[in-house]
Ligand binder design. Structure first.
Ligand SMILES: [Zn+2]
Length: 394
C-alpha cells in the first residue's frame, strides 16, 4: 500500500466511516476520553492489519464484530502497472500484422519483388518497384509513424539498399542506456516466413504500441533487423553503431521464431543467453514474470552454445553487450523451419502472444531497475566461439 492511499483511507475512516455505520453508537454515552481511547485502539489494530498486508477476517477475531464492516475499506495494494500494460496487448492486432507480413511481403527477401500466393510457394503475378525486404521494412516504418513514433532508417552497407527500422523513446533517468526490443524482418527465399519471423515482428510492434505513452526511465528502442538470414548483416551493423556512439545497452531482447512450441498444444519460450551473469539475470526474469503474471507458457534455457546457428543476439555478444533470445520451442526443430509451410495456417499465434507478453513484462521489470553507469558498455566479446571453419548459417 502506498502512503498516500493509507492517508486517503484514514481520511475516509475518520470522516464518516466510524459514524456512518453506527459501530460506536453504544459508546455515545461514555466519556469523550473512553471514546478517544477506543478509537486509538481500533486504529492501532487496523494499522497493524494494513501494514501486515495479509488481512483476513478470521485473523481479527479480537476486534469487535461490529467493526468488521469497516475493514474492507482497507485497500490492499496499488494496481500493478505491468498488469495494466499486459492487459493492453492485443492478440488480433498481432495476428493481423503477422498475416500482412506473410501474405503481402513473403518471402521478405532481396531477390523477390512479388509474393507467394498459396501454400505451395507459387509466385504471384504483380511485380513491385522495390523488393520485398524494402517493402516489408516500409510497412514497419509506416506502422511506427501511425503509432506516433518518429522512426529512422539504419541503412546497412552493401545490402541491397535495405535498412533496419528503428523507433525509440528516450528515457527520463538513463537517457544513454538502452533496452532494445527487436526482431528480424527478413526471411530466406524459400518461405513466407510466418514463425520465422513475421510473428516476432508483430510482437515487437505491439509492444511498441502499448508502451507509446509509458514513462520510461531507460531509453527504449524498437527495431526490425534486415539480413539476419545472411550472416546477421543488419544486427551486426547496428551493434557497431552502438559501440561507435558509446551507448550503454542494458538489454537486447531479441525475438525469433516464437510462433512454434515443441510441446503443443502447450506453449514454450526457450531463452537463449550466453551464460554470463547479465544475460542469465535477464533469462531468469522471463521465468519470474510468467509466474508473477500468470502468463501460461513454459520456461527453459536453450542449451545450444556450440551450435553454429545463431540469431541477432549473437551480434550483441560479439561486442560484450547483454542480449537474450526468445525463440519459442526447440531452436531449428520446427518442421516448417525455412520451408514453404511456414504460413499463417501453421504458426502458433498463441505462442507468439504469450512470448510477447513475457518480453513486455521483462522490459518493464528491467526499466524499473537501477542501472550502474557504463555497467554494460561494449567491451570484451562474450560470444561463444564458433566451431572451427564454420560460419553463422541461420
Ligand atoms: Zn529467424
Amino acid at each position: 500500500m502506498l502512503p498516500s492511499e493509507r492517508e486517503n483511507w484514514r481520511g475516509r475512516f475518520g470522516a464518516y466511516a466510524l459514524d456512518r455505520h453506527g459501530a460506536l453508537r453504544s459508546l455515545n454515552t461514555r466519556s469523550h476520553f473512553v471514546k478517544t481511547l477506543f478509537r486509538l485502539i481500533v486504529l492501532f489494530f487496523i494499522q497493524v492489519i494494513a501494514l501486515g498486508g495479509s488481512y483476513q477476517q478470521s485473523s481479527s477475531a479480537s476486534v469487535d464484530n461490529n467493526l468488521m464492516v469497516y475493514l474492507p475499506l482497507v485497500q490492499k495494494s496499488a494496481p500493478d502497472e505491468i498488469e495494466y500494460y499486459l492487459d493492453e496487448m492485443n492478440f488480433a492486432r498481432m495476428t493481423c500484422i503477422t498475416s500482412n507480413l506473410v501474405n503481402l511481403y513473403g518471402p521478405r527477401h532481396h531477390n523477390f519483388k512479388r509474393f507467394f500466393i498459396d501454400d505451395k510457394c507459387t509466385i504471384g503475378g504483380q511485380s513491385y518497384d522495390n523488393h520485398n525486404l524494402i517493402r516489408a521494412s516500409m510497412y514497419v516504418f509506416n506502422g511506427f509513424e501511425e503509432l506516433g513514433y518518429n522512426p529512422g532508417k539504419e541503412f546497412v552497407p552493401e545490402w541491397h539498399d535495405s535498412f533496419n527500422v528503428v523507433a525509440q523513446k528516450i528515457g527520463s533517468v538513463y537517457p544513454n542506456t538502452f533496452i532494445e526490443i527487436s526482431a528480424h524482418v527478413d526471411s530466406v527465399d524459400t518461405t513466407p516466413g510466418a514463425s520465422d519471423n513475421a510473428g516476432s515482428v508483430a510482437a515487437m510492434i505491439e509492444i511498441a504500441r502499448v508502451l507509446k505513452d509509458y514513462q520510461n526511465r531507460h531509453s527504449l528502442r524498437f527495431i526490425t533487423f534486415v539480413g539476419e538470414e545472411n550472416h546477421l548483416k543488419g544486427s551486426r551493423h547496428h551493434a557497431e553503431r552502438i559501440v561507435a556512439r558509446g551507448e550503454t545497452i542494458k538489454a537486447g531482447l531479441v525475438m525469433d521464431g516464437i510462433g512454434w512450441s515443441e510441446i503443443a498444444p502447450d506453449h514454450m519460450n526457450c531463452l537463449w543467453d550466453n551464460g554470463n551473469a547479465e544475460t542469465r539475470h535477464i533469462s531468469n526474469l522471463f521465468n519470474s514474470v510468467r509466474l508473477e503474471y500468470d502468463i501460461d507458457i513454459e520456461w527453459r534455457l536453450c542449451d545450444l552454445l556450440q551450435s553454429n546457428q545463431w540469431s541477432d543476439n549473437y551480434a550483441y555478444w560479439e561486442h560484450g553487450l547483454p542480449a537474450v533470445l526468445s525463440i519459442g520451442g526447440q531452436p531449428y526443430a520446427d518442421p516448417n523451419y525455412h520451408s514453404c509451410a511456414d504460413t499463417m495456417s501453421s504458426i502458433d499465434m498463441q505462442n507468439v502472444y504469450l512470448a510477447a507478453l513475457e518480453n513486455l513484462a521483462v522490459t518493464l521489470k528491467l526499466d524499473a531497475e537501477e542501472t550502474q553507469p557504463d555497467a554494460y558498455q561494449a567491451g570484451e566479446s562474450t560470444a561463444p566461439a564458433l566451431p572451427e571453419g564454420e560460419g553463422i548459417s541461420h
